[in-house]
Design a protein around this ligand. Structure first.
Ligand SMILES: [Zn+2]
Length: 477
């Protein structure tokens, strides 16, 4: 089913990454920007000429490669520019007939005074999410601790929370191994915020009744950062629903930097980002030039034992492994494949939604991303989840999809963490004598490394007990 490499490159180099120089990269100020008579079309570019045409007439590429490596790309264009595609003979399919109509429907739904105003019945702005975190911390004081990771460019707090059960860490460790779930590096991808909060809410409400969730919260600490890009989120709630980047001012205008192209691993490489400030994938002048990425990085580096991370995005229904910046397979690919496939299967079993697992060949090259940094720097099993849908509504996903999307995320997250298999030290998907040899070498020297499962900075008998469980079964529990 995979496209030939040359076609993948055409999509990756041209349709996706280099795109944007002709875009409307500046933020509208004052009244909310409108998108009347604008459509989203799915195109399969046949040539550089097709890509150039799309660059000229579209201000905004929404995604490319959804549902498989077929070189497809979704572009927002004015209806009045459709004849240009027809004249050039570019094949396309209309995915969204009127973007503004979707936004209007979203607003009407959220403003309906007769609607039950439960948290997950509508999208929630920055203040409402912050208040909800405080409510969780007040309702579950022994489980939830609010944290602050730093401030955005415009001074908004990048808040989050730690969530674990009161069961203490094994062996006197200062802190359980940490799993990191963040969302909304890209401001318009609202569903990520809700999914992050939904997972936390389900962890708390089901701890007493769901033995898997109890086991997860007794073993790990989860850190949630629902709004990684607070300034961009504010823009999408006030002036431009389809804003993606942060609020960096460039040449006197808010143009923004793509935070998920601003991390250091792979930064600027392989055409997976843009050096043009008007582009929606502008990487910034240097890696970690932005306070938002700095804050997330600094917190992650302060964690003694980080074992897994998910960066939530939308849309396309994908589970993406490293590397996102190159086609080279990561070390431990067998483990990624096992976990990624289990996540996709768990989501399908939970909600019936069809997600696809893979690497950059199923989406496009993206350089300087959070998951590549998490994996490359900390060794955590780091993945991107592209949430619903597959293009029918794109970023403007109806509120009726919030809870189903939350259940996608919950099933995927649980499959990831239950499948971590930390005892498989050489990552060949079996816990055997070669892992025992690695464990023994660490145990003999009390080393601090991947065999220190408990995170107490040495490999000791507590770690051996965890390892022995898996070793006896030739697999992870
Ligand atoms: Zn995104």
């Amino acid at each position: 089913m995979r496209k030939s490499h040359s076609v993948v490159l055409l999509a990756g180099l041209l349709a996706c990454s280099a795109f944007g120089a002709a875009g409307d990269g500046a933020q509208a100020v004052g009244v909310p920007e409108r998108f009347d008579n604008q459509r989203v079309v799915r195109v399969t570019p046949r040539s550089i000429a097709d890509v150039n045409l799309l660059e000229q007439i579209s201000g905004d590429r929404w995604t490319c490669g959804p549902g498989g490596a077929n070189g497809e790309a979704d572009y927002r264009i004015k209806a009045s520019d459709l004849p240009l595609l027809n004249q050039a003979g570019v094949p396309y399919q209309i995915m969204i007939d009127n973007v503004q109509a979707l936004i209007d429907a979203e607003q009407a739904e959220m403003n309906d005074p007769f609607r039950d105003r439960a948290f997950f019945d509508a999208y929630q702005n920055y203040t409402a999410v912050s208040d909800y975190v405080n409510t969780l911390a007040a309702s579950y004081p022994t489980f939830v601790t609010r944290i602050s990771l730093g401030n955005s460019l415009q001074g908004r707090e990048i808040f989050g929370f730690r969530l674990t059960s009161p069961v203490p860490p094994i062996g006197g460790s200062p802190r359980k191994p940490v799993v990191f779930f963040n969302s909304l590096q890209h401001a318009r991808e609202w569903i990520g915020v809700m999914v992050d909060m939904y997972i936390a809410t389900q962890f708390l409400s089901q701890y007493q009744t769901n033995s898997t969730i109890k086991s997860l919260l007794d073993t790990y600490e989860f850190v949630f950062v629902p709004i990684s890009n607070p300034d961009g989120y504010n823009i999408t709630w006030t002036t431009s629903r389809l804003w993606r980047k942060n609020a960096r001012v460039i040449s006197g205008t808010v143009r923004g930097i793509d935070l998920n192209r601003n991390w250091s691993v792979g930064w600027g490489l392989n055409s997976g980002s843009s050096g043009t400030s008007t582009s929606d994938t502008y990487r910034g002048p240097s890696a970690f030039s932005e306070p938002e990425t700095q804050a997330l990085r600094n917190y992650a580096l302060s964690v003694p034992k980080l074992v897994a991370a998910i960066d939530f995005h939308s849309y396309s229904q994908l589970v993406l492994r490293p590397w996102t910046y190159q086609y080279v397979l990561p070390q431990g690919i067998a483990g990624f494949d096992r976990i990624g496939n289990s996540m996709v299967n768990a989501i399908a079993a939970s909600t019936g939604a069809s997600y696809e697992y893979g690497g950059p060949d199923i989406l496009y090259l993206a350089s300087g991303t959070a998951p590549d940094w998490f994996y490359g720097t900390t060794g955590a099993v780091a993945l991107t989840i592209e949430l619903r849908d597959t293009g029918q509504n794109g970023f403007v996903l109806p509120v009726s999809q919030i809870i189903p999307s939350g259940n996608d995320g919950l099933a995927g997250a649980m499959a990831l963490v239950t499948g971590l298999c930390r005892s498989d030290l050489n990552r060949d998907n079996i816990v055997d004598d070669s892992d025992f040899a690695l464990f023994a070498a660490s145990y003999d020297t009390f080393a601090t490394n991947s065999a220190d499962f408990t995170g107490d900075a040495l490999t000791d008998d507590y770690d051996f007990m965890i390892f022995a469980d898996a070793y006896e079964q030739f697999s992870c529990p």
